[in-house]
Design a protein around this ligand. Structure first.
Ligand SMILES: [Zn+2]
Length: 263
């Protein structure tokens, strides 16, 4: 289990990173934004109730903090389609339509997915300095978005599954995420589904699916953070939760981010 740490202590932009990846892959920009200041939450949602200008100010701060001029986001549809970014777009925020994952090896391009209980899955190929970032809720997992990202990395950049590293970031935990039998059937068709609503650990399912593609188990990690609880299945006070959670009633959204540093 990985505890994401502030990318920079005392920074205005509340970006948390995987500390072992930060040490091992200095060419990488990675992490997930957190709630930040309780009085002025770091909401990056572009389709909620906050004025979009406020959100865009935070996007600019995030790009500056990450040192990445081109930022790519998409309106997500709980699908399994991926976009490949072969070169940097113009500086600023590009918002695409209708994809739930991004691949790139272009330096200076920060790809992002919006999450607030769904799993942000980061996939790295250090050999080719290529990355994939996907938004994986149960529909995406059932649609094999993780397997598709791994296959697409191989197709586009020659990435071998056994060279990949996979991290499942802050998301709803296996205690909090109670779902019906139809969801169990969709994400783990190889298992007998429960007859009534029952919790499922979506991040463990994702790691199992990555392993089935040939990713080595010791290169797969899972964040210790549950977006909804403090590890006990009980919704904590808003001020105590580091990340936004849809099931805990938050309408705000954090972003998982991934990219290759602009050398
Ligand atoms: Zn939980």
């Amino acid at each position: 289990m990985v505890e994401e740490r502030p990318a920079r202590e005392g920074a205005d932009t509340p970006l948390r990173t995987h500390p072992e990846w930060a040490d091992r892959f200095p060419w990488l920009v990675q992490g997930t934004t957190a709630r930040g200041d309780a009085g002025d939450p770091f909401d990056l949602g572009l389709s909620g109730t906050q004025p979009v200008g406020r959100a865009l100010d935070r996007w600019r701060a995030l790009a500056a903090a990450a040192g990445m001029p081109s930022v790519v986001h998409a309106r997500q549809v709980h699908g399994a389609d991926l976009a490949v970014h072969r070169c940097a777009s113009a500086p600023g925020l590009l918002v695409m339509d209708g994809v739930d994952g991004h691949l790139t090896r272009a330096p200076g391009v920060l790809v992002t997915v919006s999450v607030a209980d769904c799993v942000p899955v980061s996939v790295l190929d250090p050999d080719h300095r290529a990355v994939a970032l996907v938004h994986a809720g149960w529909r995406g997992v059932a649609g094999a978005i993780v397997e598709r990202a791994i296959a697409r990395l191989a197709h586009e950049f020659g990435s071998a599954a056994e060279s990949l590293w996979v991290h499942c970031g802050p998301a709803i935990c296996g205690v909090c995420y109670e779902v019906g039998p139809e969801v169990h059937r969709a994400v783990t068709p190889e298992r007998d589904a429960p007859s009534e609503p029952h919790p499922i650990d979506l991040r463990a399912v994702i790691v199992g699916r990555a392993a089935a593609c040939g990713v080595m188990g010791e290169r797969c990690t899972i964040s210790m953070h549950c977006t909804r609880c403090a590890g006990d299945g009980v919704v904590g006070d808003t001020a105590d939760r580091a990340f936004f959670s849809h099931r805990a009633g938050d309408s705000a959204r954090q972003m998982a981010v991934l990219g290759v540093r602009d050398a």
